[in-house]
Design a binder for this molecule. Structure first.
Ligand code: ADP
Length: 490
């Protein structure tokens, strides 16, 4: 039996899965690691927690399948999270600053005049989310880092680069274009770090990892860690990996991950199509060809269900929302705009706040539950409409994954509201599957179609209501959103 290993470096934990040629799971292991919150809005990880949980999961899976059966391994990672370390000792100079961390908002404010240039060159807004201002923060706040950089000892990496560097015993300092495109220092037109951007952020080029193709040999793991040297043959960012696993290189296909938030992505092929309301980014580069993508992140997706459970305490489990929502024939006019942390794509309104409207004497908790699930579907349509407007695509299919995609009511309602088919695969660990795919293709284990052919569809939801009715419900949602926007005043 031969397998490809996928290392899935997530935000809350690290997972390793061994996939056989027919796409089934031969072994897996997962370890959570602690989240560190040093101040409100700040999030860190201990770099050695990331590394040690990865090694442990790797060793579990390798000992289950046998080192000799591993053909190669691929990695996928939480993106943008920033690490700096001394390449002589392997010692990080600071904890990893996680993508969610908002501490660099003041740096972004300072650089506001460059936001147009940054958007144009990187496809991204100037925001604390991305790596550049996090690197700058570490340089400005940690003693000796500036000197260490000048002397050529301190280097930067996102989580893929940190783990790759360590698994190869410090021999390889590299990343791939999808991850590089989230640093704010990488020009997505020229496919290189950009001198103007480096100057804006005051960052020297030499700290950045070499950017290689997403699929191909990055290096071999050290024998001490994995029992024998194993080639690492592919890296993708987490959302990119999910897109890859869902066959996202096909036209007119959108993938949507229904997790805490909603992460929608569609590829635009070799052509970069820009929308000011969505993120323009690189999906991957393989065989000399770059594939661009458009991404829309909605801040509150499944987490509004969590809020009903833990905040309002009107449900006991997220699973029971399915039958509660289905017990009503319609929302009976109740809409919930879950702008609990402002609104992300495509509205970008930090001052919006959550709102429930249309309440009457007859409103019960079932209405709130249904309105929350419907809101997930409406927010998805908001992003997809923006994608359609920008690319001119005619959406055929949404391929879904993530915890809340298990909800049949939500999936059927999504199909109805979009007027498009919703396709749910059997395997919901799509990020890991995508990492295995990109690595397995480079290793000659699969062809691209052979890999995608192993993906099994569990269920397809087709629209059951007519378009007119769907549009009517949706236009009412848009009215509700308008009322929730700009709510916060200083
Ligand atoms: P993440 O990877 O972002 O932590 P998951 O993909 O594990 O998230 O999805 C978990 C989210 O999905 C939670 O916010 C939870 O409330 C929601 N969720 C899980 N199961 C269901 C369900 N059956 N119906 C609706 N929401 C659900």
């Amino acid at each position: 039996m031969k397998v490809i290993l996928a290392i899935d470096l997530g935000t809350t934990g690290n997972r390793v899965i061994a996939f056989t040629a027919d796409g089934s799971v031969a072994a897996k292991s997962y370890y959570e690691f602690p989240q560190i919150f040093p101040a409100p809005g700040w999030v860190e990880h201990d770099p050695f927690d990331i590394l040690n949980t990865t090694k442990k999961a790797l060793q579990d899976v390798i000992s289950a399948v046998g080192a000799d059966s591993v053909v190669s391994m691929g990695m996928t990672n939480q993106r943008e999270t920033t690490l700096l370390w001394d390449k002589r000792t392997g010692k990080p100079v600071h904890n990893a600053i996680v993508w969610q961390c908002r501490r660099t908002k003041p740096i972004c404010d300072r650089l506001e005049e460059y936001s147009g240039t940054i958007r144009e060159k990187t496809g991204l807004p100037l925001d604390p989310y991305f790596s550049a201002t996090k690197i700058k923060w570490i340089i400005e706040h940690v003693d000796g880092v500036r000197r260490g950089i000048e002397q050529g000892n301190i280097i930067f990496g996102t989580v893929d680069t940190w783990v790759l560097w360590n698994l190869t015993a410090g021999r390889v300092h590299a990343t791939e274009p999808g991850n590089a495109s989230r640093t704010l220092c990488y020009n997505i037109h020229t496919l290189d770090y950009d001198e103007d951007l480096l100057e804006i952020f005051g960052l020297p080029r030499k700290i950045f990892p070499e950017v290689r193709e997403s699929s191909g040999l990055f290096g071999n793991t050290a024998k001490e860690i994995t029992g024998r040297e194993i080639p690492i043959t592919g890296i993708l960012g987490d959302q990119q990996a999910s897109l890859f696993a869902q066959g996202g290189w096909e036209e007119d296909v959108v993938k949507n991950t229904y997790g805490t938030g909603l992460f929608l992505m569609t590829s635009t092929g070799s052509e970069l199509q820009t929308s000011g309301r969505l993120l323009n980014t690189i999906a991957w580069k393989t065989d000399g060809e770059v594939c661009y993508a458009m991404e829309g992140s909605v801040f509150v997706g499944g987490s509004c269900i969590q809020w009903l459970r833990d905040g309002l305490k009107i449900i006991r489990s997220s699973a029971e929302t399915e039958s509660m929502a289905a017990s009503l024939g319609s929302n009976e006019g109740v809409y919930f705009v879950p702008a609990l942390t402002g609104l992300g794509a495509p509205y970008w309104d930090p001052d919006a706040r959550g709102m429930i409207i249309g309440i009457t004497r007859g409103t019960r908790r079932e209405h709130l539950v249904r309105a929350a699930l419907e809101a997930i579907a409406y927010q998805t349509r908001d992003v997809i409409e923006e994608m359609e407007r920008t690319t001119g695509m005619a959406l055929k299919k949404v391929r879904v994954d993530g915890g809340a995609s298990k909800n049949d009511f939500l999936m059927q309602f999504q199909a109805d509201i979009l007027g498009a088919a919703i396709e749910r695969p059997v395997l919901t660990e799509t990020t890991a599957f995508g990492a295995a795919g990109i690595a397995g293709i480079a290793a000659g284990f699969w062809s691209r179609n052979g890999f995608f052919g192993t993906r099994k569809v569990e269920r397809v939801f087709s629209p059951l209501v007519d378009e007119k009715r769907a549009d009517l419900c949706y236009s009412q949602w848009k009215r509700a959103v308008k009322r929730a926007m700009g709510w916060v005043v200083d």
